[in-house]
Design a protein around this ligand. Structure first.
Ligand SMILES: Cc1cc2nc3c(=O)[nH]c(=O)nc-3n(C[C@H](O)[C@H](O)[C@H](O)COP(=O)(O)OP(=O)(O)OC[C@H]3O[C@@H](n4cnc5c(N)ncnc54)[C@H](O)[C@@H]3O)c2cc1C
Ligand SMILES: NC(=O)c1ccc[n+]([C@@H]2O[C@H](COP(=O)([O-])OP(=O)(O)OC[C@H]3O[C@@H](n4cnc5c(N)ncnc54)[C@H](O)[C@@H]3O)[C@@H](O)[C@H]2O)c1
Length: 453
């Protein structure tokens, strides 16, 4: 049996950085990864998809260039092989960067293989056993495949397999209308495919307020995406030239089907029982405010603890664990203000509470909205879809949450993220002097328009 000061299982967005910090402190660390360093984000998530989104945007801009007085003669053709190769290059550069970084680290042992607990201090991998007084779980999540009629008779795509596609589908049917589904739906529409989104909930992106969900649907419909919400009885069958997707209200003659109905944690094959680690009914590992599990010496970080489903929340788990265990700090999960973006174009930047959540909290609230058509920068760029919305506490004057669906919304939201993290009140922000002409320059105006509801 090999002994280490710490074992990290999973090389996603928390584990490798924590492992690196531990060896920096002179500890002997084993990092076990069953597939690729960098995990979902680098290999099958954010990095390849945002690279594909960039190709899709280039196609969109080229097709609409005449509006700007730029005439591109002939048809705008998409070379899917180049599109795919570009995404692979971005992934490989990031993955190889991590591999090189770890190869040069004294005290670090990287092991490729599937790890499983033997007992609370022992893990087996590739037929070997390793032991350490500290074990960190960063095992991430994978796509959920719903048990729908006919699904096993068809070749469906997931978010992992679709990034390797190098041909253009005739008609892509996307099952699930949330982050993954909507990003791929718009992307493939812009590449030139017919696209249908089939969502069983009443709205797209159902975690958002209804006005945001409706505006997202308008953006996607305006590009010719066929959207079906409130759908039931989804069933698949092979057809002569593809796949028929039948629902209670429609029949779609698709060539490809993407399943984008959520993700589940990779905890079912980790031997959690052998270690006595508790998880909830969905398989998310139960952790306290400092990411410790119920078993002394075992922590769970990233998507597998169910407290975040984003790269930045996983990385923040690393920061919390490293600060507490290595720097003598007392950082807590509950201090995190959740922020994220949905990378359709224009993107949705989000932070804190939705209006629905703020109302449900029983606070007296104030709301302000502004359409992007009343933002100079958006007009100058000819991209006026979407709107901004800020929710504040009428008594404390603190900002509770915001949504910016519009050009640069994923960047502009950071002004509000920073203000919320600094605990600033909204009247203080009204005195800032932003730069003209930006989208951000309208934030003080939006705050000035906050009205009690
Ligand atoms: C298509 C898509 C797009 C996304 N886009 C964004 C985005 O734009 N922004 C954003 O913030 N987030 C995005 N996400 C989410 C983001 O990728 C994840 O939240 C993030 O990668 C989670 O990191 P993690 O460290 O928790 O786990 P992961 O990155 O999933 O890493 C877990 C690692 O553990 C390994 N592993 C699992 N079990 C074992 C085992 N038993 N033994 C050894 N190794 C094991 C896995 O192979 C994997 O490498 C996207 C996700 C997808 C699928
Ligand atoms: N921009 C980003 O940060 C980004 C991008 C992609 C993914 N992600 C992460 O990946 C995770 C998973 O994303 P996702 O979009 O797959 O999951 P999700 O849980 O956000 O959404 C799944 C959607 O599928 C629908 N659905 C579920 N079962 C269905 C069925 N049988 N038929 C029809 N619709 C069904 C749900 O109602 C929901 O709208 C997210 O939680 C997110 O954190 C983030």
């Amino acid at each position: 049996m090999k002994s280490f000061d710490a074992i990290v299982i999973g090389g996603g967005q928390a584990g490798p950085f924590l492992a690196a910090r531990m060896v920096e402190k002179g500890m002997k660390v084993a990092l076990i990864e069953r597939k690729f360093l960098g995990g979902t984000c680098v290999n099958a998530g954010c990095m390849p998809t945002k690279t594909l989104v960039a190709s899709a945007r280039a196609a969109y801009v080229a097709r609409n260039s005449a509006v700007y007085g730029v005439n591109i003669p002939g048809e705008i053709a998409i070379d899917m092989k180049v599109v795919r190769a570009r995404a692979e290059t971005v992934t490989m550069n990031a993955r190889n960067g991590l591999i090189g970084w770890f190869a040069g680290m004294d005290g670090m042992t990287v092991i490729y293989g599937h790890a499983r607990f033997e007992d609370p201090k022992t893990v087996s991998v590739n037929g070997e056993t390793l032991t350490a007084p500290r074990i960190f779980l960063n095992v991430g999540a994978r796509p959920v495949i719903p048990d729908l009629p006919g699904i096993n008779d068809i070749d469906y795509l997931t978010s992992t397999s679709i990034i390797h596609l190098d041909t253009l589908p005739r008609h892509l049917a996307v099952i699930g209308g949330s982050y993954i589904g909507l990003e791929f739906a718009q992307m493939y529409r812009r590449f030139g495919a017919e696209v249908s989104v089939i969502e069983h909930g009443p709205k797209l992106a159902s975690r958002e307020d209804e006005d945001i969900s409706d505006a997202i649907a308008d953006v996607l419909r305006s590009e010719g995406i066929d959207i079906h919400t409130g759908v039931s009885d989804i069933a698949f069958a092979r057809s002569s030239d593809g796949i028929t997707v039948a629902t209670d209200s429609a029949r779609i003659d698709a060539s490809h089907v993407l399943i984008a109905t959520g993700r589940k944690p990779n905890t079912d094959d980790l031997g959690l029982d052998a270690a006595g680690v508790i998880s909830d009914k969905h398989g998310y590992i139960t952790v306290d405010d400092r990411l410790a599990t119920n078993v002394d010496g075992i922590w769970a970080l990233g998507d597998c603890n169910g407290h975040g489903a984003f790269t930045h929340t996983s990385y923040n788990d690393f920061e919390i664990a490293a600060a507490n265990l290595l720097d003598g700090a007392d950082r807590k999960l509950s201090s995190r203000i959740l922020a994220y973006a949905l990378y359709i174009d224009p993107p949705l930047g989000r932070v804190g509470m939705t209006e629905k959540q703020a109302r449900a909290s029983g606070r007296k609230i104030m709301i302000s909205t502004r359409p992007m058509s009343r933002v100079g920068r958006a007009n100058e760029r000819g991209e006026t879809k979407g709107f901004m919305k800020v929710i504040a506490d009428a008594e404390t004057k603190k900002i509770l949450g915001a949504a910016i669906l519009g050009i640069e919304g994923d960047e502009v939201i950071h002004g509000i993220i920073d203000a919320m993290n600094a605990g600033t009140t909204y009247p203080a922000l009204q005195w800032s002097v932003p730069i003209h002409p930006t989208v951000s320059e309208l934030i003080p105006t939006v705050l000035g328009d906050l009205k009690p509801v």
